[in-house]
Structure formats: structure tokens, C-alpha cells
Design a binder for this molecule. Sequence first.
Ligand SMILES: [Zn+2]
Length: 310
Amino acid sequence: MSLAPGREALDVSWDFEWWNTGSFEARGFFSHLQAGWAKAEHRAHVGWLELSGKKVLFDAGYAPRFHDCAAPRLAAVYRWATPATIPAGSSVRERLAGRQVDHLLLSHWHADHTGGLLDIPEASVWRPFSSHEAVRQEALSACAPLKGILVGQFPDDLPGRPGASFSARLRDVEAAPLMALPVGRWPFLSVLDGSCRDVFGDGSLATVDLPGHALGHYGALFQTQLAGRPVLVLLCGDAVWDERELTAEWTRGPAALFGFHSLSEAAKTTRLLRRLCAAAKACGMERDLYVLPTHCRLAANRFVADGGRE
Ligand SMILES: [Zn+2]
């Protein structure tokens, strides 16, 4: 598939909902130095997208199996550090209610993003293959839970043992062509030039390289309608944990020392997203761009207050 003549990328609107699959509370200071000692809620959102019958999930969030997988040994440390509450009816399996998923855009393998992976065995799973062997080794190591990985949430042959059934479902993000972004319409997108890929080959959605938090970490950029007007949404996964990292220059606390693949790459990615938000503001288009971090309650609430669905 390719872009039809006369069309430009990101000019169709996806139906989009931002589901909250559960959350945990921790002292704010641990995640952000400026958040103080008060408890902060960290949600695990997933994106549900639908366009012309194509059904896509961005991440798989929490699912009740998190509690079982997190029970033994080192995994108990992870559960203690992120004591998740997963309300009835909030997991991907329950929200889908039997609907099939065509594609899973998996930002990274951490446990709060892969809880529902086993509940969508039909979906193609999009990952950058260059990081795959390293992720597999990480997942197999005894220290995996300390890096945020709970293999009990994965299919038996995950991630991607050659020849096994899950491998057949994997799709390589990096094999998709770079996307020419519609900078005439949304000038601030020039900040992301060279980091977006046209995974579905029709210009409707771009994956965005956002490295640092985890190996091969990426986000998704697309257009949707908000209260009757087209806006761009960037699901940025864990590139930042809170939108105040983008606007108020909040900085990460000690929790960032655990599980991060590269703190320097993560800092670079944060600066990229800050430049993007600043550019949107400079164009007078800050209301045209919604950057939604997976765990940010404030950003989700603002999106819903402006007409978004959850
Ligand atoms: Zn996360």
C-alpha cells in the first residue's frame, strides 16, 4: 500500500480511546524530584485505535495475571515497588469484549505494558528487530524482574525464538519506510523529521523512535477528532512519565535508575519531545498536539476534558 495521489500523511482520523488498565501509587519523589513526598498515581494506559475496520492497540497495559507473575522471588520486589491496583473490567481482555486486534504496537517489553499480551494471540506485534536478541537475553536473565520484565506475561516462545509461533506474528518496525511528515499543515512536526516510520504503508500512522527508557522503545503518532476538530496525538509510552517533564522541566527521580536502558539516550529523547511541544506552542498550535505519556494522569484527564474518550 502507498499514499494515494494528492493525499498527505496523517490526514485521516482514527477513532481513538485512551484506556486506563490500572495504576499504582508511590511517593512522588521516587519518580520525579519535584513531586515531593505526597503519593502520586501512576496509571497504565493503552491506546485503542480503529480505522476502516483495522483495529490497533498501543501497548497491552496491566492485566490481573500481573499479580501471579509477580509473586515469586525477585518478581516480588517488582510487585512491591509497583503495587498495582487493577479494577475489574479495566484490562485489555475485558475492554475488548471479544473484539479481535489486528496489530499491537508494543512500545517496549516492561510488565506494565505487556499484561494483556496473552489475551490477543491473533495480533501482529510490531517491534524493532535490531533490539530483539538483546531483549530476549534480558528477558531470560535471572534479573529480568529488576529490569521491569515479567516473562510469565509473555507467550512461551517470546520474545521471538526463531521458528516458534510467536515469531511469525512479529513485524519489524525498522523495515517500514520513513514517513514524510505533513509539515505544511503541522509545521512543528519538522522536529520529528527522520524518526517516523509508515508502519501500515498508508500514511495513516507513524511510529516514532523514542529511545532510552528501554531497548527499541518507540511511540505512535496519528490524527484523531477531538470535539469535532482534527488534532494530532503522540502516544509517547515511557519516553516521559509525566507531562510536566515536557512543560515544567520536571526531572526523573531515583526510580529512573532501575530498568532504564540508557539514561543519556532517555535525556536526549526528553529534549526532543520538549522541542516538539515548544515548536507547537511557537506556531500557536499547542492545542493541535496531545502528547500522552502512558502513565500520566494529568495528560489523560486533560485529553478527556477536551473531548477525548477513555
Ligand atoms: Zn511503564
